[in-house]
Design a protein around this ligand. Structure first.
Ligand code: SF4
Ligand code: SF4
Length: 386
């Protein structure tokens, strides 16, 4: 019997920390430590090991497929991990492209070095290349947890988005990860094609014995933008309403759905109360350059994967001094202030929202010193201006 479903809301559509911590606490039990919500020191780094991928998912924000021409070697990544350790990073999140394409090209060495250094290591995979032997190798290397991407509760829904046969292979991967003892969560990117199946997906997670399921609102970047994939507010609201009604033991993590809540002010009030109780005063919707950054497969450092362009380049993790990058870099994110942005400067929720997601602001207005275009107040202004 389930009294109340555990739901975690994170407006940042890219940060992995919600699902990493939800799964970690499912496996290790509740910790006395406050959940990491601070924005004052580096907590997690996301590493794009390769842009190569064996699938071509319709919504991939990275437009993954082919590797970059100058991707780093495993030896390079070991050096970078040493640097990250001395910076005080706690969580490493590995993804691609598809990281398991590198199982024979250094992935296991990278994971085991990260574990020797004391990192908590999570990895994202499409699961299609994972058999028992691969899962065992990852387990022996020390991988703490894995997130498998499935975008539908059955092959009919999933395979149109991710490719023929990908559902069955991903479900098998979940089974072998569980068998060998690696903690598994699932992720589901919500696009118009699969928005009506979220409840069925929760039931699938229950049947597979997976304790955490993350729903990510599709963001209009990369192939999602090319394919015109946009989740309307009505659809987003329906997804959130459906998930708020369901009773399940599976912990649900929602990335990028806050503006889809029917009562956004109530959500703000609850978040404010919780943060006050935890004495956290510096919360910000956007963790880029505050508690996280990302490293692309050629070593380039950025605040966020949705803003991996020249204007947001911070240096190279292999060649440059990461300490100096962390100390002096990420200015565009760190200097962004809601007081300089309309209508956020008069918004009662701005102390938590901080003008929302800079990447979405940049993609619509051409500057991150603009408000989040997903916000209903901002949409109202855009509509008025039309
Ligand atoms: S810009 Fe910030 S809030 Fe937006 S996706 Fe990137 S890290 Fe998340
Ligand atoms: S007006 Fe600005 S600060 Fe207020 S909720 Fe919208 S984006 Fe956030």
């Amino acid at each position: 019997m389930v009294d109340e479903t555990e739901i975690y809301l994170d407006e940042c559509p890219a940060s992995p920390i919600g699902h990493i911590l939800a799964l970690r606490s499912s496996v290790e039990g509740a910790s006395d430590e406050a959940p990491y919500l601070g924005m004052d020191s580096i907590n997690d780094v996301t590493i794009y090991l390769t842009h190569a991928c064996n699938l071509e998912c319709k919504h991939c924000y990275l437009s993954a497929g082919r590797p970059l021409s100058n991707e780093l070697s495993a030896d390079d990544w070991l050096i970078i991990l040493d640097k990250l350790r001395s910076l005080g990073v706690k969580y490493i999140y590995l993804l691609g492209g598809e990281p398991t394409l590198l199982v024979r090209r250094g992935l296991l060495r990278i994971i085991s070095h990260a574990k020797d250094l004391g990192f908590y290591v999570s990895m994202s995979t499409n699961g299609t290349l994972v058999n028992r032997e691969v899962a065992l190798q990852l387990r022996r290397a020390g991988l703490d947890q894995v997130q498998v991407s499935i975008d539908g509760p059955n092959p009919a829904v999933n395979d149109v988005i991710r490719g023929v046969g990908s559902f069955d292979k991903a479900v098998k991967a979940v089974g072998v990860f569980r068998e060998v003892g690696i903690a598994v969560s699932l992720s589901y990117t919500v696009i118009p094609d699969n928005a009506y199946y979220v409840i069925d997906m929760v039931r699938l997670a229950e049947r597979l014995g997976v304790p955490v399921l993350t729903f990510i609102r599709v963001q209009e970047f990369g192939r999602a933008l090319d394919n015109g994939l946009y989740l309307s507010d009505e659809m987003a609201r329906r997804v959130v309403d459906d998930l708020l009604r369901i009773k399940t033991n599976v912990k649900l993590v929602l990335n990028g759905f806050r503006f889809g809540l029917s009562n956004i002010y109530e959500a703000y009030r609850k978040s404010r109360e919780r943060l006050n109780a935890l004495r956290i005063i510096n919360y910000n919707t956007c963790p880029a350059g505050r508690s996280r950054f990302v490293i692309d497969s050629d070593g380039s450092v950025y605040g966020c994967e949705l803003l991996m362009g020249k204007a947001f380049y911070e240096g190279n993790a292999l060649r440059d001094n990461l300490r100096i990058i962390w100390r002096d870099g990420f200015k565009s994110f760190r200097n962004r202030n809601y007081r300089d942005i309309k209508p956020c400067n008069t918004c009662p929720m701005a102390d938590l929202c901080n003008a929302g997601c800079p990447a979405r602001a940049f993609s619509v207005f051409g500057s991150i010193n603009s408000p989040d275009p997903y916000c209903p107040m901002v949409k109202g202004l855009i509509n008025k201006a039309r």
